[in-house]
Design a protein around this ligand. Structure first.
Ligand SMILES: [Zn+2]
Length: 458
């Protein structure tokens, strides 16, 4: 698409808006991009894009994968354009391209990594053609926006160009089927001791063969529909991975067998979902041409972003904050499962009010799709529910079979610390949403103060 007068005017006005935002000390956001698209609807098509464009989409893990990609590429000398500061919809990507563009829409950076919201695929891929497209996984997500996995995979399928190189999850029978005629590499996480042969979750979006509707058999199921499977009635089966991570939790590493030999990488945390993020990054960057040594060297000193996970200790009691996306039953279930598997005596604060809708949303169906049953475990001595939706959580926790005497309910999050047992507890988990960082920090500080006040210890 050529640059026309309308495009140039939209670019200048959005650049002026961006400058004004900077002068006022406001954070970069999707706002300048929104103006540009409003003034010139095909703005994204007309602005120059870097030579190499990498996009990352999927229900879970896309932000973490993007952050890791930016860190590793940055350390290896690449100056990467990204939409980290804005948003992952079309206006966010437009904003980042505007910030890098010259006054005539010429791009300066050579490479871009864009996080792409699945729901925005049609609006983005119509104009931004990725050289590499990563899809981490596709799960049932917030029902109000994303409807169903088949709906989401169908729009990604329709939107992505036929010549984009795909990086896909071999263990996900939904996203692994995207763009079957495109070039591709698959990543996977090898069978783990904790895997089973029957799905233990409430929701499983692949209950029969996606190709013929026949009966499927799992060689192993990790969670929901993630695992290795084949159809008993046709040739449908999980694809063979090109990059399969074999973790050694005790050693803190994972290995990948490739045609060139065995590669070893340090693990950033001993969790299966974070290992998926790391192997996703390895699959993309090895395909892109980075060496295993360069990637491993970056992993060695990287940590998970503090807004998503923090761990402090007081009198031997670990106080952990863990981002747990409300409205997203799979993300919640994975965290609940992780807590259950952690060693020691645990207490959990559930503060999952989604403030995206200013106050709270009335859509609570997801609460019944999330496996709160995982919190019904002998090792968990108390669950404190809080926030304006406290009564919904109370009901859900009772339905999960958690005894009433283990439960405490408070409307104000700041009252949660006083409801904990603390003495004799090894770990306190505070599960919070993306939109409440300040409240979370106050609750965490409240727990630390309460430990001190009571002289509680492990
Ligand atoms: Zn079949």
């Amino acid at each position: 698409m050529k640059k026309n007068l309308r495009f140039i005017i939209a670019l200048w006005i959005s650049k002026a808006a961006m400058l004004l935002q900077k002068l006022l000390g406001m954070n970069a956001s999707y706002f300048p991009g929104k103006i540009a698209i409003k003034l010139c609807p095909d703005f994204l098509g007309r602005i120059d894009k870097p030579e190499t464009v990498i996009t990352v989409t999927g229900t879970n893990g896309k932000t973490t994968c993007c952050n890791m990609l930016l860190d590793v590429l940055g350390e290896n000398g690449f100056d990467v354009l990204n939409n980290k500061a804005g948003s992952n919809v079309d206006a966010g990507i437009a904003s980042s391209l505007i910030s890098d563009a010259s006054l005539f829409g010429r791009v300066k950076k050579k490479i871009a990594v864009f996080e792409v919201d699945e729901r925005s695929s049609l609006k983005i891929y119509a104009y931004v053609h990725p050289d590499y497209a990563v899809c981490t996984n596709l799960f049932r997500d917030s029902i109000g926006r994303n409807a169903h996995t088949e709906f989401i995979s169908s729009i990604i399928e329709k939107a992505l160009p036929d010549d984009t190189f795909m990086i896909l999850n071999a263990d996900d029978p939904i996203s692994s089927q995207l763009k079957p005629d495109n070039k591709r590499k698959y990543f996977s996480l090898a069978r783990l001791d904790s895997d089973g042969t029957e799905c233990r979750n409430i929701i499983n979006d692949v209950r029969c063969c996606p190709k013929c509707g026949g009966k499927i058999e799992y060689e192993f199921v990790r969670y929901h529909h993630i695992g290795k499977m084949h159809c008993t009635e046709c040739d449908f089966k999980s694809p063979e991975p090109d990059f399969c991570a074999v973790p050694d939790w005790d050693k803190g590493t994972f290995t990948v067998q490739t045609a060139d030999g065995v590669e070893e990488y340090p693990l950033m945390s001993a969790s299966k979902f974070n290992t998926y993020n790391q192997i996703t990054v390895v699959a993309l960057l090895r395909t892109f041409g980075l060496s295993a040594e360069a990637i491993a060297a970056s992993f060695a000193h990287m940590s998970i972003v503090k807004s998503r996970y923090t761990k402090l200790e007081k009198n031997g009691i670990e106080v952990i904050t863990n981002m747990t996306k409300g409205q997203n039953p799979v993300a919640c279930s994975i965290v609940f499962d992780y807590i259950r598997e952690e060693e020691g005596t645990k207490e959990v604060v559930v503060m999952l009010d989604d403030k995206t809708y200013r106050e709270t949303t009335e859509i609570v169906t997801w609460v019944f799709d999330a496996d709160f049953e995982f919190l019904n475990d002998e090792s968990i001595s108390r669950v404190v529910a809080c926030g304006v939706r406290v009564h919904d959580y109370h009901l859900r926790l009772l339905l999960a079979g958690i005894p009433e005497e283990k439960l405490r309910c408070v409307e104000n999050e700041q009252d949660a610390p006083s409801q904990l047992i603390l003495d004799g507890t090894d770990k306190v988990f505070i599960l919070h949403d993306l939109t409440t960082p300040d409240e979370t920090k106050r609750v965490r500080d409240g727990v630390l103060a309460e430990i001190e006040k009571r002289g509680a210890s492990k």
